[in-house]
Ligand binder design. Sequence first.
Ligand SMILES: [Zn+2]
Length: 74
Amino acid sequence: MTNLKCIICKGDIDKHYSSDGTMYWDQGHNAEPIADGRCCDRCNEDIVVPHRMADIFTEHKNYYKEDNDGKSTK
Ligand SMILES: [Zn+2]
């Protein structure tokens, strides 16, 4: 079984082991919307998750901006 590579940093994707040594997780995280593939723990935490947070924040800003522009269709 080959190691999956992180699509962002090209490093090996971390394997997670349970306390008895059984590997139960080696598929990485969904790297979208940064990249179409899988990424490692570090890239997920440092890049993908903050990016998603920023996207949510931006959507909210646009929503309120439109609201304030008075373009109401109601
Ligand atoms: Zn990575």
